[in-house]
Design a protein around this ligand. Sequence first.
Ligand code: SF4
Length: 405
Amino acid sequence: MPLAPLSYSSYRTYLECPLRWKFLYVDRLPEEPRGYFTFGRVIHSVLEELVRPLVVPSARRVSAAESQRTLDDWQGPGAVVTGGWMSRQELLSAYDRAWLHDGYVSAEEEARYRQTGQELLLRFYDQLVREKPQPIAVEEHLEARWDGLAVHGYIDRIDRTSTGGLEIVDYKTSRELSHEDARDSDQLTLYQVLVERNYPEPVEGLTLFHLRSLKPLRAAPREATALTVLHDRMGEVSDGIRSESFEPTPGRQCTRCDFRSRCPEFRTVPDTEEDRLRTLVDRFESLRSEEGRVNDELKRTAEELHRAAEELGVHRVPGTNSIALRRREESWQYSLDTIRPLLERAGLADRLTSGTPEEIRRLVRDPTIDPEVRRRLAEAGARRVRWYWELDDSTGGAPPARRSS
Ligand code: SF4
């Protein structure tokens, strides 16, 4: 199927469950609204409205039409910012306008969230006035080709650092967040890639901004290895989507999946088919237990035959309809910890490539190698012998067909 650029949430959803990804991104089935998602959306949109007037041009944006006011226009902590900046009261009005009621389980829950959001926004506002960051973009949609992979994302905020580089900021309304989250976040890694491919300035920091505590959890930009790891994983997801591999992957995520009634892992057998399928399952169960019993008995009988054949010194034992033929299979095992130094001392280290027993057996038989070295190689191996039975039930000497240990 044709592939749209991959976003972080699309990638994450596919990793959790490819079938759920299909329901969302191919079938475009709607999900039930949930209060915490609605809350996050509202807070993000108010923060965008608050911070957008502060955006200053980046090196990339130099046209007069695009240039905006700079933070030099700020009047200091507590001031009512004029000329486009919001006052605290305007911020609360914007919050009231943006509020959505979808997805809360009760009026009490909604009121609790609403109160939390108001406090959080006012504290954020005060911190913004105090610290005067230098945002160069808010809610920016960026796309990129990343070594053959099409990716995109919406970035909450990009700030200019004091040294002229860029800091990527992603707001989080979740309750708990740690420095490890910032250090391990694939989302921030992807955003780094998007910003690096769209801006000339270097990315100097990656931040998850924990809105409830006003704590910026900062991490250093990712090294090449972390970028390669994510690129490979996203490449695998992209291959899965392209080849329409949409198998359900049940797990913890199922508890919050709205598509259980459509999912084979949860859908129930229709009443009209229940009896027929129950009979099949019962038959399968009984054959399974029979299979185990038969295998155990087969093994015990073969062992008894081996013992008798050894005592009598025979390899052909006639039955009523066929002849049991005793066969031998030999294999060798070597410890590479022994073989490797042996070959190194003989100057033959480059002759060991795969390290399989077959390769070492070839070296043991190789006439171009010193016989003493070959003898030591042979002595370093342990031979394993396995006896098994074949049944010759042919009438005219056709090759035996059935094997059993
Ligand atoms: S119920 Fe679970 S396995 Fe089924 S689609 Fe949803 S997440 Fe996937």
